[in-house]
Every structure is written in structure tokens, then in C-alpha cells.
Design a protein around this ligand. Structure first.
Ligand code: V0V
Length: 175
């Protein structure tokens, strides 16, 4: 298999045909093929998202231990103001998330649990293939199609109820 988006999707289509096989061993092998494809689609941990009540106070807290603010934006569709804080060289970042309205998922999180880790985000080579592969394995994706995330990235989420209690974000950076 190659390593571009079309190759991943083509491989998933082949696996889907196998998943429907009457033969249990063939169906299990197809499931294993999907896992292998996902192993190539996932790149690494992109960021850890923290729900915060006050964005500037949170920037001050994390800056004090040497993290650096590298990006700030407002995303009204997601109901957040977010600040990306680089850890060390910045390969992995902390994402500070403050609610912009009462209906924001961050407002709901803070009301229920207070500030803390709200999500873990994986960088992926292709968000469509990552979402499709995870669906094929029985995970629940929040969106049928990806939405816009930080820096114009494409994002989707795995519902925490299907993911061991973790809200898992999938991020495809657009270069
Ligand atoms: C809710 N639950 C969580 C959770 N949020 N568990 C772990 N981590 C979380 N973040 C649990 C909650 O305690 C309930 O468990 C159950 O899930 C409720 O599920 P629900 O009724 O379906 O939904 P809600 O209303 O609690 O909402 C949860 C979801 C919501 C995940 C659907 O937060 C959402 O749409 N999130 C995706 C969008 C998002 O988070 N945007 C902000 C970041 P019990 O009590 O039933 O056991 S924006 C962003 O990251 C950007 C822009 C970016 O990175 O680029």
C-alpha cells in the first residue's frame, strides 16, 4: 500500500468487502487490515486540549513553566477561543480552550467537571480515512464530514462513550 489518502481509502474499501465475509477468519483478517491501515494513518499526539475558565490566566499559568503561546484564534462553530502553547520544540502542544457561549462544549465541561483535560488530539495523514477506519471498527464519530479546526485544519472527534471515556480528536493539517 502507498501512503497517500487515495491509497488509504482504497485499502479500506478492500477491507470492507472482507468484513462482510461469511467466513469468520476472513472477517477477522479484514478487521486486522483496518487496524493496520489506521496504524499508518495516525501520525502522533498533536495536542492535549484543556478546558479553562479564563484564557489569559491559563496562558500565564502554562507560560510560567516555559510553554510558549504560538497561536490564538476564535472558532465560533466550536464555541471556543483557543490558544496553542508549544511544549519544548512544539511538536506536541497544549491547547487552551475557553467557551465563547453557554452552549459551547467547553462551558458544559466546566459546569460539570471544572477545568481540566477535555480531549486528546491525534494528528492524522487523512481525516476521512481515519474516521472511516474507526467507524468500520465500531467507534462512534461525531461528524459525518470533518469540520474546520485550528489553522484551517480538518477535524473530527470520536465520542468518549465509544473510546474508553476519552474525547479523541482527529486533526489533518492542511499545508
Ligand atoms: C462529555 N463526556 C465526556 C466528554 N464530554 N467524556 C470525556 N471527555 C469529554 N470531553 C461524557 C459525559 O460525561 C457523559 O457521560 C457523556 O459523555 C455525554 O455524552 P452526550 O450526552 O452525547 O454529550 P455531551 O452533551 O456531554 O457532549 C459531549 C460531546 C461534546 C463529546 C458530544 O463535548 C462535543 O460535541 N465535543 C466535540 C466538539 C468540541 O469538544 N469542541 C471544543 C473543542 P455520562 O455522564 O453519561 O457517563 S474545539 C477544538 O478542539 C478545535 C477547534 C481544534 O482542536 O481545532
Amino acid at each position: 500500500m502507498g501512503s497517500n489518502a487515495a491509497d488509504f481509502m482504497a485499502a479500506l474499501h478492500i477491507a470492507r468487502a472482507g468484513q462482510g465475509a461469511a467466513d469468520a477468519a476472513a472477517a477477522e483478517a479484514a478487521r486486522g487490515a483496518v487496524t493496520d491501515i489506521l496504524g499508518q494513518v495516525l501520525i502522533g499526539v498533536d495536542h492535549v486540549g484543556l478546558a479553562v475558565a479564563d484564557i489569559d490566566a491559563a496562558v500565564e499559568l502554562w507560560s510560567a513553566m516555559g510553554l510558549r503561546e504560538v497561536h490564538r484564534e476564535r472558532n465560533d462553530e466550536q464555541g471556543v477561543v483557543e490558544v496553542m502553547m508549544a511544549v519544548g520544540a512544539g511538536t506536541t502542544q497544549m491547547q487552551l480552550l475557553a467557551a465563547t457561549s453557554d452552549t459551547s462544549p467547553i462551558a458544559a465541561w466546566i459546569d460539570k467537571r471544572g477545568p481540566g483535560i477535555q480531549q486528546v488530539a491525534y494528528a492524522v495523514r487523512d481525516v476521512h480515512a481515519a474516521a472511516e477506519g474507526l467507524r468500520m471498527l465500531g467507534f462512534t464519530l461525531l461528524y459525518e464530514l470533518p469540520k474546520r479546526g485550528t489553522h484551517g485544519s480538518l477535524i473530527n472527534f470520536v465520542h468518549p462513550k465509544s473510546c474508553g471515556g476519552v474525547l479523541l480528536e482527529l486533526v489533518e493539517h492542511i499545508r
